[in-house]
Design a protein around this ligand. Sequence first.
Ligand code: BES
Ligand code: ZN
Length: 882
Amino acid sequence: MRTDIGQIVHLADYRPTDFVLERVDLTFELDPTETKVEARLIFHRRDGVDASAPLVLDGDELNMTGLLLDQDEIPAGLFDASADQLVIRDLPAAVPFEITITTIINPTANTKLMGLYRTGGIYCTQCEAEGFRRITYFPDRPDVLAPYTVNIIAEKAPNPLLLSNGNFLGGAGYGEGKHFAAWFDPHPKPSYLFALVAGDLGMVEDTFVTMSGREVALKIYVEHGKEPRVAYAMDALKRSMKWDEEKFGREYDLDIFMIVAVSDFNMGAMENKGLNVFNDKYVLADPETATDADYANIEAIIAHEYFHNWTGNRITCRDWFQLCLKEGLTVYRDHEFSADQRSRAVKRIAEVRHLKSEQFPEDAGPLAHPVRPTKFREINNFYTTTVYEKGSEVTRMIATLLGADLFKAGMDLYFDRHDGDASTVEDFVKCFEDASGRDLKQFSLWYDQAGTPLVTVSGHYDAAASTFTLQLEQMIPATPGQSTKEPMHIPLRMALILDNGSEASPSAVSGGELTGDVLHLTERKQTVTFSGISSRPVLSLNRGFSAPINLHFDQSSADLAHIARHDSDWFARWQALTDLALPNLMQAARDIQLGKAVACDPVLIATLLEIVADDSLEPAFRAQALALPGEADIARELGANNDPDAIHAGRKAIMAEIARAGQQTFVTLYDSMQTPGAFSPDAASAGKRALRNSALAYLSYAEETPARAATAFAAANNMTDLSQALALLAQRFPDAPESQAALSTFETRFSDNALVIDKWFSIQALIPGETALARVKTLMHSPHFISTNPNRVRSLVGAFAFSNTTGFNRADGAAYQFLAEQILDIDKRNPQLAARILTAMRSWRSLEPVRADHARAALLTIERGAGLSGDVSDIVERMLKG
Ligand code: BES
Ligand code: ZN
């Protein structure tokens, strides 16, 4: 066991290692329960380090059977080995030396899925962040880089395939029934990028010719029989490689790029050098089993992991505090990639929806932390939406502040200056300062200050003076450990929209800097005046969501409707619709609580229906317009003391009003948005399906019968339509015989496809109301449910806790206690998974008092659990304290 549980690591304590690692040579003799690992490590003492300083290596649950210095056994008195650390004393002061460590590990018993483990009969590794230390003793930190040679020895029959990072050196038979393979990765890398895969898998092969004319072999490995479902992932990979050359000038740097899909994986995917390992959910797709969302996720994640080859692997992080340096930047890159492959505006809307529903609550709750944290207890718990999505937004803001050309120059400088480095956020920002000549000191506060800034705005038009004056004020809320904040540099894209829909061009601006359409808010309070505005404009602010802020601006329904109809920025149009809808949804929740009838603003209904019926607009955009803010969004706006049942009922009532008013529109859309012919996952077809399925959902409110959804279920010829019809039946009409029949048809038809059965679990886990808990408990006894598989657990328990607002937040607190029991149970096997699912309760403090008390009690149950992991205790304690 690790003994450092509870110890806090501080950014301020960073210092380089005493010893420099020159080379790594690993030999694995694979065995399901007793794998022998021999690690030969060549070190030298760093210049200036005291000759008495010992070599301290990390371990985690290790068992050492041999230790040599330059091939001689090290006497017992000169080292201390425990399960989690190896300390060696009396090492040479001036010359390089070789340490050989032998450990015996048990991949079958490894249920944490960190280090070397078994999944679906194969051997596989996951080393980020601190998993390599579960394989051998090592300086397991990202600033220790070395070239690796890896030798793999295994039984040949069950393991025809022996893979590791880099280029294949060769292989041969090795005694009776065994064989071996050797790999060499010439690119110095940190241990978290190490990978090994062995076993018997099917393979799909292709090639890519890079911009300098080199041919790269592309290989995707999957379970036998699943090869036909790899085509889309392979295509996405080739498009990613091309895009990174065209947009960022980045070429791939090995002769081979491999992806292995596995069925037990804690995360989505991992960017190991030359050998990405993927959760099979993000590789396998065909029309019959994958939804449009699955296709989009596969494209994005394949791209993301590939892009890490430059942002993460060639340039890595000095320490884990700099995680956003690779993750935030790479998310930004995969967002841009998807925007280029699909509709940019629709992609941006989806990103902002996600940011607001995931990152904003994190930033407003007890787990809030800066994009670059300054301390942590368990690094696994900092792979957060703040590091990822807010980290991406911060990168996007640099691009907004500098403009495309200077941003590109800064990126080029970064690649040039830091290739081969383990870098910091400061290094990154400095490249943009040097490339642009712009001072980014104040801007850098985005990395350091947690909390979503609140910007309050008011506007005044002076007809006599032809001026428009804006008063802006920024406030950054207190977050755990940060009670006071400095004002930030907030880039706000804006336009002043005139009556006819055109944009005013001010003759002068005072009180603030305006570069292009970007207004720079830098003071706590700022008054900005635009001159030469000949008629009253409507302000469109934070266009494209140029800054991740909460904006308080009391705009009339008429002004919002004007933006929704006329803004040339599609994101702003969607945002205006959202701003029109939110007060209605909030008022509806309040009215339900007071037992009053719910009413919807006719301006909202009219604007929405006009946009939805406008055939000049992309269907995918219209579908986004129809998807009203979710229950979590409404809860967030309501702030403290919210009642999930009232929010749910209020939202349904508003949807029903819109549905009745627009019934004819929805019928027309449902009939016209067909996608005849063979299924294609392209964005335009997906957009039509999205719009058609939202029309179907609204019609279920107007018609109040399951008939149409049941017909849609029977007629569906792709997984998007099928699963949406099923969800509608199950969640809107849970007791209808049609719904029960559809659920059982679906289960029977896909009983041999675990990834599709996951959809079946999630759809049922999201059926609203008090009955949900009993249903989830029953489903846990289904033969399809495998408690050791993270995808199954996330699909059922995770979906219930994260997304079933009424079912999970039932007033008696029974679901919180259920989650507590589940967390304690999962924690015994897989702490990382347990800790992540527990974050579903991160907004517990804003619940109404009765529910909040129940939630606290459940958290206390977890906190008192016997043998709690460091992962879970870190989360539960911060949730109770913050
Ligand atoms: N490096 C991560 C995978 C990872 C995360 C390893 C946490 C260890 C701990 C990988 O690049 C990643 O970010 N994957 C994401 C998907 C991505 C598209 C945002 C994931 O796994 O969710
Ligand atoms: Zn990543």
